[in-house]
Design a protein around this ligand. Structure first.
Ligand code: 2P0
Length: 327
């Protein structure tokens, strides 16, 4: 690939239906088990990477504000990996715009590193096929591997760097109602909490082996176009995730009483014959999947708990040809 020196890319967050929680190799960012997600059509991150051969250090601007500390370091470390592969010493200016509240459990690191991997690969001249971009994005943030892919994506645990990437999965069309219970930054980062869970939870081994089984069952349900089975696996797997996180020492609890109330309301919807299934990530917000025809009714039933936005399957990470002005 020819280095373009400057490139802009856009990527969307994804919400996992079979969750990633724990690494078996922290430096290569290899997950303890595979996972499966829906890339959304909202809350995009748009990122421009511009090489500057004379600069002494990388710069990172997020939503118009110059970043330092951990955020800048994480971007600079990622660019070190890109530079090493590209045989380049050039530093870069990274300008990123996030349409979702950072740190609110809407996976901004997934869209962030998927957009950065895509833009940086073009700017520095690295391979731009989806599998290569997914492997690279994984090094920035595990879940970013899945945001390279449109719609439903499976991220293979793999047996090393080469085989651990995400690819598309055929699945029935669905919508997701995102209930924003609380927009504040989470108290414990996913990275910290998954490390703690792996080190201290007596249930961690069972979590990993049951996730492998949930993923097998989920792939089969997707192949069969069986929305009911997809939903049941999604909800029970999400509750297992929060159970294993709460079993860490010291315990971490992401769900708030309102989050639990949303899970209960989803059970009541099913009792009334509306097929909806809930999941939640490392934060109090709850995402509810439904068939397209049921989505608006589900959203209306959940508005008493917070702001609700209905989203659908979105595109994978893409370069934006004239995107210089977007970021
Ligand atoms: C997931 N989460 O599968 C799970 C469910 C949050 C809950 O992937 O350390 O930000 O950068 O690999 O990808 C969030 O973890 O963590 C996440 P790192 P990441 O979506």
């Amino acid at each position: 690939m020819t280095a373009t020196g400057t490139a802009t890319a856009r990527a969307f967050p994804n919400i996992a239906l079979v969750k990633y929680w724990g690494k078996r190799d922290e430096s290569l960012m290899l997950p303890a088990a595979g996972s499966l997600s829906l890339t959304l059509d909202a809350f995009a991150t748009t990122t421009a990477v511009t090489l500057d051969a004379r600069a002494a250090a990388d710069r990172f601007e997020l939503n118009g504000e110059e970043q330092g500390g951990d955020r800048l370091n994480r971007v600079a470390r990622f660019l070190d990996l890109v530079r090493e592969r590209a045989g380049s010493a050039a530093r870069a200016i990274v300008r990123s715009r996030n349409e979702a509240p950072t740190g609110a459990g809407l996976a901004s690191s997934a869209s962030g590193f998927a957009a950065l991997a895509t833009a940086a690969s073009a700017a520095y001249g690295l391979p731009s096929d989806p599998a290569s971009l997914s492997r690279l994005a994984r090094r920035g943030s595990g879940s970013a591997a899945r945001s390279i892919v449109p719609g439903v994506a499976v991220w293979h645990a793999g047996d090393g760097d080469e085989t651990s990437f995400a690819e598309p999965v055929e699945a029935p069309d669905m919508r997701m109602a995102i209930v924003t219970v609380d927009e504040r930054q989470k108290a414990v980062s996913s990275r910290e909490a998954m490390r703690l869970t792996a080190l201290t939870s007596p249930f961690y081994g069972a979590w990993v082996s049951s996730t492998e089984r949930s993923l097998e069952a989920m792939l089969e349900a997707c192949r069969d176009g069986d929305f009911t089975r997809i939903g049941r696996i999604t909800e029970s797997h999400a509750l297992r995730l929060h159970a294993v996180i709460q079993s860490a020492d010291p315990p971490v609890r992401y769900l708030s009483p309102t989050s639990i109330a949303v899970f209960d309301a989803v059970v009541r919807l099913r009792d009334r014959g509306v097929e909806a299934y809930a999941t939640a990530d490392a934060g109090p917000n709850v995402c509810v999947i439904a068939r397209p025809a049921d989505a608006d009714g589900v959203a209306a039933a959940l508005r008493e708990f917070g702001r609700v936005r209905v989203v659908g399957p979105g595109s994978g990470a893409e370069l934006i040809p004239d995107g210089g002005a977007a970021a």
